[in-house]
Design a protein around this ligand. Structure first.
Ligand SMILES: Nc1nc2c(ncn2[C@@H]2O[C@H](COP(=O)(O)OP(=O)(O)OP(=O)(O)O)[C@@H](O)[C@H]2O)c(=O)[nH]1
Ligand SMILES: [Mg+2]
Length: 390
């Protein structure tokens, strides 16, 4: 499957840069492409400059709202991010139109953080423009939710997140949710944390996108997972996971596989699936998912049909309502990987929580404003008789 990826704001731009990186990795290591274009859109010129893999020309790194922000961002005001995106949408649509192999695009993926200003505001607006223009292609959003400490310190964070989530849900075919807090490592710096988180966000996409694009017969699985399976799975709120299990370097070179080794192989696949379930991108109840998909990727000699089916059964136990699609991809040498997608959630407590808190924030904000206006009237009243020097 090939995606056209657009990153909005700093977070969106950096994750899109990661997609451009894995596309390069797919080309170099596997001779296939998984991205038709990677575009970063921002109101902040410094953020655009800091990217590494997205082409550095103005069709791929698009500065919007320069007149309004002087190239310095919108300072967390997502209404301004949305307004600027509306005014400058032509630039992004032009970037899409000039994509070299545009017709190979299976779907759009727009990425941004919910808590900032540019990404949070621009993402749903651009999603709407793209959706209206390219009705035949699915459009997905990947939205990054803030760290817990950001929610505590800055109330606006909750408001931005709630408005972004609502707007994205209304326009996109599916919304991937990623909670920064799930990946936070206490002993790393913020910068280190963010780049590690970004790499982990895109990792489940690597094999999932490559599997259906594979050209070499020896790497084509018994059950191919292609764009059709992915598109059929993605709907509404969506959560991703990724698990890995190393294969020991020292495997005995006996003829055939003895029963102990066979058992270890089965366990490895299970271990990778359990890893994917415990590393889901947002805390959720998998039994609320109506659709699911998993891809198992490992050495050809370890890809038994019963292994694939068995890990499917373990997924069915935790997501009993879901229609489950699956595939195998005999590509890796030294490890077993499982990429997991849970989709069409009927409920996600964390998302509901943002909506409730945003409503509380709005009413307390209104009360504060009214109080402030009252105090200001008091000041004006008090200095009425004082002469002014102006
Ligand atoms: N995972 C991840 N999160 C990030 C990254 N950069 C920022 N964030 C998160 O994104 C939110 C802030 O949004 P930004 O993307 O920086 O904001 P913006 O869209 O550029 O908007 P303004 O700077 O307000 O114009 C916070 O919750 C950060 O923790 C990143 O590279 N990766
Ligand atoms: Mg910014």
């Amino acid at each position: 499957m090939k995606l056209l990826v657009i990153g909005c704001g700093q977070c969106g731009g950096r994750i899109t840069d990661e997609f451009a990186r894995i596309n390069r990795r797919a080309r170099i290591q596997r001779g296939i492409g998984i991205i038709t274009n990677a575009i970063a859109v921002n109101t902040d010129i410094a953020d655009l400059t800091g990217l590494s893999f997205i082409k550095p020309d103005p069709q791929h790194r698009i500065l919007i709202g320069d007149q309004k922000t002087g190239g310095h961002g919108v300072g967390k005001i997502n209404e301004l991010g949305a307004e600027i995106a509306r005014e400058d949408s032509d630039k992004i649509l032009e970037g899409i139109r000039t994509t070299e192999h545009f017709n190979d695009t299976d779907a759009f993926l727009l990425i941004g953080s919910a808590a900032g200003g540019t990404g949070s505001g621009a993402l749903p607006v651009l999603a709407q423009y793209v959706k209206e223009l390219y009705t035949e292609k699915p459009l997905y959003n990947l939205i990054v939710l803030p760290f817990r400490h950001e929610e505590k310190v800055e109330e606006r964070t909750i408001y931005n997140t709630a408005t972004c989530l609502k707007s994205a849900y209304l326009v996109a075919d599916a919304v991937f949710l990623v909670d920064n807090q799930r990946y936070l490592k206490k002993d790393f710096s913020i910068q280190d944390n963010l780049s590690k988180i970004n790499a982990r966000i895109v990792e489940p996409f690597y094999n999932t996108l490559c599997a259906g694009e594979e050209k070499k017969p020896k790497y084509i699985g018994a059950k191919i997972l292609d764009a059709g399976d992915i598109i059929q799975t993605l709907s509404g709120w969506t959560i991703i996971g990724y698990g890995e299990s190393e294969i020991p370097l020292l495997k005995f070179p006996f003829k055939g596989v003895n029963f102990r080794e066979k058992r270890e192989e089965d366990q490895r696949a299970n271990e990778a699936m359990n890893g994917a379930i415990s590393e889901l991108s947002l805390k959720c109840n998998p039994s609320d998912a109506m659709r699911a998909l998993y891809l198992i990727c490992g050495p050809p000699e370890e890809m038994y049909v019963n292994v694939i089916n068995e890990i499917g059964s373990s997924l069915k136990r935790i997501a009993p309502e879901a229609i489950i699609r699956s595939g195998d991809y005999p590509r890796e040498k030294r490890s077993m990987h499982v990429s997991l997608i849970l989709s069409e959630f009927t409920s996600i407590p964390k998302v509901m929580d943002y909506f409730t808190k945003a409503i509380q924030y709005m009413s307390s904000h209104k009360r504060k404003r009214e109080g402030l206006e009252y105090e200001q009237r008091g000041i004006e009243e008090a200095f009425r008789g004082i002469p002014s020097l102006l």
